[in-house]
Design a protein. Structure first.
Length: 338
């Protein structure tokens, strides 16, 4: 073999050695990459099951009932590792709630908890939520056709109305004229409260003189109360079916100078209503459990998303608050913020 041949063979051997060494290095690096990737994948799958996004659409954003519901929902969402956004209109109105529902539907969250502001008008926009793939849970209010909802969670509103009638009957001595200040027709919850009260009042032997609607406006509720007192100066009791109605009824009675004659039973226990209860303007409040409604709404949505069974309807309780039992039922009062 010539010197030149030996040199060529030596260079070839050196090249082969380099290539083998390089392959080993690449293999080692590749092994590290795969191992890191596998470790990262397993860590990612163990740390998160999917992070679900939910939205709670209130009936009225600034209502302490819905604020308290949001507090309960947020606390439960935090426990479950869920992201929860809170939205709602400034007034309890399908005209204001519809564009909010449409905007939420466009974002396609995993689930939506919603309090429909009308049993019929909100059907189409809420169905669009469901058609877009969001799980829908009704909280507080519902629709005439609620089939798209995986669950409906609310107080026994008709029973609450009957309890209000029984409470008012005791306050006014079992007889006399009674009147209802309601919100507007077509709201499932307040319709049921009004119905329950009317039935309860008749069963108790009270003289039911009807109801009027205030459009969720305390000033209008106050005007209605002053007008009904002018027509029925012997009126003895008023049932106000929600927070703003109770607030307005109290104002109307105060402005008419009838605090000693007319008793009020309100529904809901916001800060203003509790203040009126303490001062004696309102004699009783039927308090719902909005935080519980919110928490159970998140639980049902999460169950639907994770393939677990859901409950089609869930009823939550309420507490009858009076000045005498308020101290031991402080947790029943609604919150102005979380």
């Amino acid at each position: 073999m010539t010197v030149q041949s030996r040199r060529r063979r030596g260079r070839a051997a050196a090249l082969v050695a380099c290539l083998v060494a390089g392959a080993l290095v690449v293999a080692a690096c590749g092994g590290d990459d795969n191992s890191g990737s596998s470790s990262s994948g397993s860590s990612s799958s163990s740390s998160s099951a999917k992070k679900y996004n939910m939205t709670l659409i209130a009936g009225v954003r600034g209502d302490e009932f819905y604020i308290t519901m949001n507090c309960g929902a947020q606390a439960e969402a935090k426990k479950l590792g869920v992201s929860l956004n809170f939205q709602g209109p400034d007034k309890f109105s399908p005209d204001q709630q519809t564009p909010i529902v449409n905007a939420v539907a466009a974002k396609k969250p995993d689930a939506v908890l919603v309090a429909p502001t009308d049993t019929k008008a909100m059907f189409a926009p809420i169905k669009q939520l469901s058609d877009n793939g969001s799980k829908v849970v009704f909280v507080d209010t519902t629709l005439d056709q609620p089939d798209m909802a995986v669950s409906q969670i609310a107080s026994d509103n008709e029973g609450g109305g009957k309890l209000a009638a029984d409470t008012l009957s005791k306050l006014i001595g079992g007889s006399g004229k009674v009147f209802v200040v309601n919100v507007k027709p077509g709201i499932s919850t307040t319709d049921a409260r009004g119905k329950g009260f009317q039935e309860g009042a008749k069963a108790a032997g009270l003289q039911y003189v009807g109801q009027q609607y205030d459009d969720d406006d305390p000033a209008k509720a106050a005007a209605i109360v002053k007008s009904i007192l002018a027509k029925n100066p012997d009126l003895k009791g008023i049932f106000a079916t929600n927070l703003f109605s109770a607030e307005g009824a109290a104002t109307g009675i105060r402005e008419a100078g009838k605090q000693d004659q007319v008793k009020i039973v309100g529904f809901d226990a916001g800060p203003k209503q509790v203040s009126d209860l303490k001062s004696g303007i309102v004699q009783a409040l039927i308090a719902q459990k909005p935080a519980d409604i919110g928490a159970q709404g998140v639980q049902q949505a999460y169950a639907a998303l994770t393939g677990k069974p859901t409950k089609k309807e869930i009823g939550t309780g309420f507490v009858s608050l009076t000045k005498d039992n308020l101290a031991e039922n402080q947790d029943a009062a609604y919150k102005a913020s979380c």
